[in-house]
Write a protein that binds this ligand. Structure first.
Ligand SMILES: C[S@@+](CC[C@H](N)C(=O)[O-])C[C@H]1O[C@@H](n2cnc3c(N)ncnc32)[C@H](O)[C@@H]1O
Length: 231
């Protein structure tokens, strides 16, 4: 029965694949995704930048492509790129894009935004990627067995680099708070989800990888300052 499940259940198959291939920069192994998963955030971003010509959007940790296609639904004139560390997921995304009408996103295998150009994107989305399923609903005191703050710090620094001044960085379902990073000094929070945004699947940890005594972190969209002066 197990091989049949692997063949038919993309979540099991793609998680199994990424665990087997063990890419060094792996964060969240689960590829769980869906269309229009973050409507309030997508709507907010459209409201901020939707009138600008030549928009470029990045879905970091795009899994099998649903997020990138959802972004095109909100902003049909944008150029959308999806990156994911899981080759199997990216192959699915590319197959989907080939079968779709224009406009369609482009996809690539990557474990960071290192290869993306400086000051390039108008908005970058890092949704459910800086978290680990092993910490879901757990009462672990430290996260370092699963994922370390330094990986988050490095990851968001790369995302910030490829964002234009004035561009938007959206981070949702993370085990870490953007406000605890060095990079946050160059950004202003611009959108908060109501209700504190607490999710038991994403308990929060600090720069020392220890559990924070807070449950929710409502800020989810941050704007890069026009000049690189830190606060
Ligand atoms: C839970 S899925 C989230 C998919 C989508 N962003 C969403 O929220 O619906 C997490 C994705 O992050 C990817 N991922 C994990 N580590 C990564 C890394 N270092 N670089 C790029 N993608 C990564 C996984 O392969 C997986 O597809």
């Amino acid at each position: 029965l197990a091989p049949v499940r692997l063949a038919t259940d993309y979540e099991r198959r793609n998680t199994w694949f990424v665990r087997l291939t063990k890419p060094a920069e792996l964060l969240q192994p689960s590829p769980l995704t869906g269309f229009d998963r973050y409507p309030e955030i997508f709507e907010f971003v459209r409201g901020c930048i939707g009138q600008q010509p030549g928009l470029r959007l990045l879905s970091f940790g795009c899994s099998t492509g649903e997020e990138a296609f959802s972004l095109l639904h909100y902003l049909p004139a944008a150029t959308v790129r999806g990156l994911d560390i899981n080759r199997l997921s990216v192959w699915t995304s590319i197959r989907r894009a080939r079968a779709a009408h224009q406009p369609r996103p482009s996809f690539a295998v990557a474990g960071s935004a290192r290869a993306e150009p400086d000051d390039h994107y108008d908005a970058v989305f890092a949704m459910a990627v800086f978290r680990h399923g092993g910490l879901s609903y757990s009462d672990e005191v430290s996260c370092d067995r699963w994922m370390k703050f330094e990986a988050f710090e490095r990851g968001v620094a790369e995302l910030a680099r490829c964002l234009k001044p004035g561009g938007l960085l959206a981070i949702q379902h993370s085990n870490f708070r953007f406000c605890d990073t060095e990079t946050a000094r160059f950004f202003d929070p611009v959108f908060r989800l109501p209700g504190g945004n607490f999710h038991p699947q994403a308990p929060l940890f600090g720069p020392d990888n220890l559990r924070l005594p807070v449950e929710g972190y409502g800020d989810v969209v941050f704007q890069k300052r026009m000049s690189d002066t830190a606060e």
